[in-house]
Design a protein around this ligand. Structure first.
Ligand code: HSE
Length: 404
């Protein structure tokens, strides 16, 4: 069996996890030959062999001995340049960069086809949970109805702290950063974009369809208040940040990222802290559930290691479903039921929304809320206004309620 010689880009939380576990993984027959970092002056843990470090990407890309690149840097543009150049040279790449992959996947697939390289990225979605390879290989049929779950560890950690420990939101966010769960820019986590990027990647492997992140409604937890939390508790619910892709007819599916009221009967109700949980629903088998650590250096590194080992056996994603006849089409022409809490100053914004049916209203001097049905398309059109600091939006699930 040949040895994999790795060029590693990035030595942050995940990079250090990889450095540590590749050294221990004897069956992987892999060794790290070179590590490219942004700054050679940054202090590193003692076990990092300083002679491996470089700040020149060419030292890896031009090294004929290196036959696999692992890319775990946090800058999506730089990651794109490295990964696309490696693929153009036919070199195999393992990446965890969900923002980069979600934005450039069609081109990255084309580069793999044209130049014969391979790009694996199970670590990009849900950390240690093997969701991509399972969707790609096992759920290779027409039965899939829905993939839905908690895809972001940091926001889930924050919501758990706030709900279960009564902790202050800002402190919980600081903790998520200190523990290495959060992105370099944590607004990606709490505004839902990290979940969105993972959902876009998951949808390619679930349904064989690429949807640009710009076309998907995404709403985070930034504006949640104690009023929302109190209401959820009164209704014996939790609020979780949920990403979902759902078949709404044989020929169409929808997708969005939004906080959601989650009842105790749901699998994801018990997914707390930095854990992720993914429910896969299909004809014939109803619901299946995958659960595991979604963030942090070692859980993510374990997924990278699995992709490295897969390359030892020449594994690549075939993207078979993208070639299927009769792939479902993305639609925003669906009706959702939402809870919208708002301050008196935001009343005009909320009243202007084209609700199809109002089901409940509450008004007090400090805040009001409405529970109403509304087309997803209308939420997309109003997304900027809905981001006002005094407004919080939360989904009330409607799909498959009769099937649980
Ligand atoms: N910031 C991400 C999260 C890291 O919190 O889930 C893992 O993708």
């Amino acid at each position: 069996m040949s040895t994999i010689k790795i060029g590693l880009f990035g030595l942050g939380t995940v990079g250090l996890g990889i450095y540590s576990i590749i050294g221990k993984a004897r069956n992987t027959h892999a060794e790290i030959s070179r590590i490219c970092v942004r700054s050679l002056d940054k202090p590193r843990p003692a076990e990092v062999r300083s002679e491996l470090l470089t700040d020149r990407p060419a030292d890896i890309l031009d090294d004929p001995e290196i036959n696999l690149i692992i890319e775990v840097i946090d800058n999506a543009d730089a990651a794109y340049r490295i990964v696309s150049e490696a693929l153009r040279r036919g070199i195999a790449v393992v990446s965890g960069n969900k923002a980069m992959i979600a934005r450039h996947l069609p081109e990255l697939i084309e580069l793999q086809r044209t130049h014969g390289g391979a790009l694996l990225y199970d670590a990009s979605s849900c950390g240690s949970i093997p969701v991509i390879r399972n969707l790609e290989e096992y759920y290779d049929n027409d039965l899939l109805l829905e993939v839905k779950g908690i895809l972001n560890g940091s926001s889930n950690f924050i919501l758990s702290r706030v709900f279960d420990h009564g902790e202050d939101y800002a402190r919980a966010l600081r903790e998520a950063q200190e523990l290495g769960f959060a992105e370099a820019d944590p607004s990606f986590d709490i505004e839902g974009y990290d979940s969105l990027f993972k959902l876009v990647i998951i949808t390619v492997h679930a349904l064989g369809v690429y949807v640009s992140p710009d076309d998907v409604f995404t709403y985070g937890i930034t504006t949640i208040s104690s009023d929302d939390i109190r209401l959820a508790r009164e209704k014996d619910m939790k609020i979780k940040l949920v990403a979902q892709v759902v078949k709404v007819a044989d020929e169409s599916f929808t997708m969005f990222v939004m906080p959601e009221f989650v009842a105790p009967s749901k699998y994801i109700y018990s997914v707390d802290n930095e854990y992720n949980g993914v429910v896969i629903r299909g004809e014939c088998y109803d619901r299946q559930f995958m659960f595991g650590k979604g963030a942090g250096g070692f859980p993510t590194a374990s997924s990278i290691l699995s992709d490295v080992t897969a390359r030892l056996h020449n594994y690549r994603y075939e993207y078979k479903k993208m070639g299927y006849l009769g792939r479902p089409a993305y639609t925003t022409d669906v009706e959702l039921r939402v809870y919208i809490r708002f301050t008196p100053a935001d009343t005009a914004t909320v009243e202007a929304l084209p609700f199809t049916r109002v089901r409940e209203r509450y008004t007090s001097d400090t805040h009001s809320y409405v529970i109403a049905d509304i087309p997803l398309r209308a939420l997309i059109e109003a997304r900027e206004q809905l981001r006002a600091p005094g407004i919080f939006l939360c989904n009330i699930p409607r799909f498959f309620l009769d099937r649980d």
